[in-house]
Design a protein around this ligand. Structure first.
Ligand code: MTE
Length: 312
């Protein structure tokens, strides 16, 4: 692996003084979602959409959402194209109804769920998150979704489950870009997967998810580079060992398994110190990128003993 920045990050630097407070916030949010999750919600985005979905405590209130038109018209969907504008209309060819998702592997109760059944048992919330792409641009998106942990709980993971692998839909009739091996695959460590910030999104901006943004169901992991947030998920597998993931397989020296946002670890071809915020004016200065994309108080403890330059 080529690692451009050798700087070690001492744990003293990545532990935020607010950690204790944030932990309490997380525990509160976990309890809240456990309660909410026990009720059957009318989860479907009907004509009124999901405008009244309650905002989770984990949302960062001070963030201003990026204009929706930018988020919908500047997308990365490589199964269709490399072009961020063309993916908007090309992705409309994806068939998303009916949709089911298989959850299998190291679990007590493997299941295949039709999306409607899944949603009928899942309380939805709004999560306003920063989103930072490895390419150096960022946005703020109000996602509608639910914690991945609440779905994983239903299949009863075995203690042998150490990693969670996600697989995207591959519809070769409409996905013509032969650059990577499809389907697109991503993975998380089990503790990352069940972290309350990790969500499955089914909507955005109070409405359904746009196809180009990963409809009908995508992962969102706000402290990691955007390529971890896999779109159009059809399969979730709990595994004993880390699987090979699409970008890591394609260019392991450029895209690590962890992909935690980190301004101190450059991409081999560009710096990660700052980011261009989608929607900012030409003369607006770039935003300084934060370690873990600003979610350090919530997630740094998961990486306490790790050399983040090595496990990038
Ligand atoms: N998921 C699939 N299946 N295919 C992709 O090409 N691109 C990834 C990620 N998930 C991608 C994907 C990358 S590189 C990024 S930055 C984000 O999706 C972009 O999400 P957005 O297009 O909704 O902004």
């Amino acid at each position: 692996m080529i690692i451009k920045t050798k700087k070690d990050i001492p744990s003293s630097e990545i532990t935020d003084p607010q950690l204790f407070y944030q932990r309490r916030k997380i525990i509160k949010a976990m309890l809240a979602s456990a309660v909410a999750g026990s009720t059957i919600s009318s989860a479907f985005a009907g004509e009124t959409g999901w405008k009244n979905v309650p905002k989770t405590e984990l949302s960062i209130d001070k963030l201003t959402a990026t204009p929706i038109e930018l988020v919908k018209n500047y997308t990365n969907y490589y199964e269709f194209t490399f072009n961020k504008e063309d993916s908007t209309h090309l992705a409309q060819a994806l068939q998303i109804d009916p949709w089911s998702i298989e959850i299998t592997g190291e679990v007590e109760t493997p299941m295949t769920l039709h999306l409607d059944d899944l949603l009928s048992q899942q309380a939805l919330e709004e999560f306003i998150y920063r989103f930072r792409c490895v390419e150096g641009w960022s946005m703020v998106v109000p996602w509608v979704g639910f914690p991945l942990a609440s779905l994983l709980k239903r299949v009863k993971p075995l203690s042998s489950a150490k990693f969670v692998k996600f697989t995207s839909a591959y519809q070769p009739e409409v996905m013509h870009n032969a650059m990577l091996e499809w389907p697109y695959v991503e993975a998380l460590r089990i503790d990352e997967a069940v972290h309350p910030l990790t969500i499955l999104a089914v909507g955005m901006y109070g409405d359904s998810l746009a196809k180009q943004n990963g409809a009908p169901l995508r992962l969102v992991v706000p402290w990691k580079y955007g390529f971890k947030s896999i779109k159009a998920i059809v399969k979730i597998e709990l595994l004993k060992r880390a699987p090979l993931t699409s970008w890591n397989k394609y260019a392991p020296e450029e895209y690590g398994f962890y992909a935690n946002v980190n301004p101190a670890v450059s991409h081999p071809r560009w710096s990660q110190i700052s980011e261009r915020q989608l929607g900012s004016r030409f003369f607006t200065p770039r935003r300084e990128t934060e370690l873990f994309n600003g979610y350090g108080a919530e997630v740094a403890s998961m990486y306490r003993d790790m050399n983040l330059a090595h496990f990038f």
